[in-house]
Design a protein around this ligand. Sequence first.
Ligand code: ARG
Ligand code: ZN
Length: 885
Amino acid sequence: TAIQRADYSAPAWWVDSVDLCFDLDPIKTRVLNKMKLRRNTDLPVQALRLDGEELNLARVLVNGQGSTFKMDGNQLVLSNLPDECELEIFTTTCPSKNTKLMGLYVSNDSFFTQCEAEGFRRITYFLDRPDVMAMYSVTLRADKAKYPVLLSNGNLVDSGDLEGGRHFAKWVDPHKKPCYLFALVAGQLVCREQRITTRAGKDHTLQIYVRSGDLDKTEHAMNSLIHSVAWDEARFGLPLDLERFMIVATSDFNMGAMENKGLNIFNTKYVLASQATATDVDFSNIESVVGHEYFHNWTGNRITCRDWFQLSLKEGLTVFRDQEFSTDLAGTASARAVKRIEDVRVLRTNQFPEDAGPMAHPVRPDSYVEISNFYTVTIYEKGAEVVRMYQTLVGRAGFEKGITLYFERHDGNAVTCDDFAQAIADANPSSVLPSLLPQFKRWYSQAGTPRVSAQGVFDAASQTYTLTFSQHCAATPGQTEKLPFVIPVVLGLLDANGNDLPLQLEGQDEIHTGSQRLVLTEASQSFCFTGVNAEPVPSILRGLSAPVVLAFDYSDAQLLHLLAHDSDPFNRWEAGQRLAVNRATAAINDSSANPAALDAAYIDAMRAVLRHPTLDAAFKELVLTLPSEVYLAEQLTVVDPQRVHTVRQAMREQLAIELKADWETTYAATQETGAYTPDAVSSGKRALCGMALTHLCLAAVAEGNDQWPAIALQRFKNASNMTDRFNALSALVGSGHALAIPALEEFHALFKNEALVLDKWFALQVTAPDVGGNTLPNVKKLMKHSDFSLRNPNRARSVISSYCQANPAGFHRLDAAGYQFWSERVLELDAINPQVAARLARALDRWSKLAEPYRTNARQAIARVAAKSGLSKDTQEVVTRALAD
Ligand code: ARG
Ligand code: ZN
């Protein structure tokens, strides 16, 4: 039942306008849908086939007359329609039983919708595909006391009271849109409102709707929205095209947020923040998600996708835009680099494993069973890297010209990734892109992370340094042979003092100071730099200029040189990571060795970073953070998760003990006194301070000393913001010190009415270090806690996904009980909410890399899930692909 990209055909019918009328009721909502239809005369005459799911169909009228129809599976089929007609469909649904959270559902006594990708068919019969764009008018009717606020897309044109304590509101959206951008909200909500005047001199109203107790937590989201509007206008010339722009928060939501036209619906996690309840990371996530959804208004809504295979057209581009937005707001060069490092960490720890596993798919997939499974880090994050490479190839100004041409050509249409690529290339005729475009587009069609191997040869006689690159991409499901990619490689060469050499390629006049951009197009190719009088240290793939793995046989001395001097902060960080990876993988592979075998050179280098007079705290924190267990596992051919954990934990403890004096100095130096603000500089300080405290508690427990745990407890109690409070609590929990127990209790008592904080409380406990297999019993106990709920996605994820995906040592148990637990929860969730279940199902994606007995046990657990009858398409697709690995 897989859908193939190659099977695309235009719709047989167009829908010009939709007039929807809702009588909202949690048990039985009535939906009257009047559509103006027009046959697509480019195609042979075909019946009209409308999608519908879990709907009760009451009536179908064609031009006001009762009409015959038939059902074909989930489709309502109408034959012999006139070329233009008005179709009226009356259905009912039960929003309160909608636990899938797709279509119209109830959360905390309010109504919400989620239509992307295919939820609109759960509201009414429709041509549920993104290339059918229509004008919408929507009338909402509901009990006035229970649902005082009635919202939909566009502008409010009428409202008033009705009989029986009911009222109505009529909304008209001035823009045509695909049905996946439809939204409605009804409930007891309050709103923060802000009027703005944009550069273009137009007035707009921005609103953020939340439950009444949450209004004081919306200031940061509103500021983020104001910044987003200004940024898109300044950077890309894209203004707000609506009089009214609304954000509504709901605590029951499958994903992060949704860009419905003029009425974005958000998971509360990405709206609500106060210094008492949200961490610096929460503040920064809110800024980027608010930006992301806002930027979709142009990249996604004004220009949308022709079909769902083109999903990265809007998601990759919009992630790129939100990354650029956060980078520009971060300000300093160092803060910009920190943002890039964070984004690359996400790519490497989530997308690279996806690209190497059974769910690997191209940025533009060729087939899918369930589109919800393809809202992936490949579509989003790798898609954003592909967009970033255009900018690297045509330059920032060239990229902006490309975006302008893209809108000139395609505004108001549903288009493809090819259309985007062509616009960027055509806007930059004298750049390298046009001639490389067909090959560049392999980034859309070939899955897998390319591996670029580089070798450098210095020739003293000719004073040249030759870099030879070869690229290779491993086979992925359904793709055995890969052709070479276009890979932009930004690089520099460091001299013995750590300065960038001027770069001149043999036979070329141009001299580059600092970095130069090379472009790889062949399986193997060489570049010869002239005028090099001593062997340099190459700094390759600066800023991660392409989403590839770079293999270069660096010596420790070279890496230490880069860590100390590289002018590119990304590669400076990268050098530290390589030093750590080399040590960790050596210790993991030599099981006879002492796992804590960090040498003095490494420790001294880390000490030098901590003591560095000018490096930012945020950057220091990133350098001192060891590569994650997931990232380390990806560097191995066979993974023993317990060994990986033991080695990394031992390395952390050694850093804790050997740098103790420096952690103490760091802790003292990073105390913040002024008012709380979540800006990059003070967030960085708090992050480094938290890291120091974590290491001091680790060292204390290793040495049987209670001083630092006691300090952490005090800090926990006295903290004036959630970042410091939570960092102190994590330091205690992570060290395994007994003071963690009363602190956890106190934390719960303080925040028992704050759902988002309780999510943190649950997640922290299930990701605590596993002591004698105690995590799993603890997870089971927490699932019986009165605050636990399987139906709320945030809560289910905070306990179950956090355990299965963020605590490898607790999850990968020798007795396979973790896998047993996983399979039971996947099945249990699948009956409630297939999207949440299918995400959890991916926790065992990398089973085939595991050492025995984990490998066999994991496979059996997956097979048990796959054997279950009545599985959702979502979960079925994930486990079927896993078993085929
Ligand atoms: N378009 C949304 C975003 O990226 C995500 C949509 C969620 N889709 C889903 N099938 N749950 O912001
Ligand atoms: Zn998006």
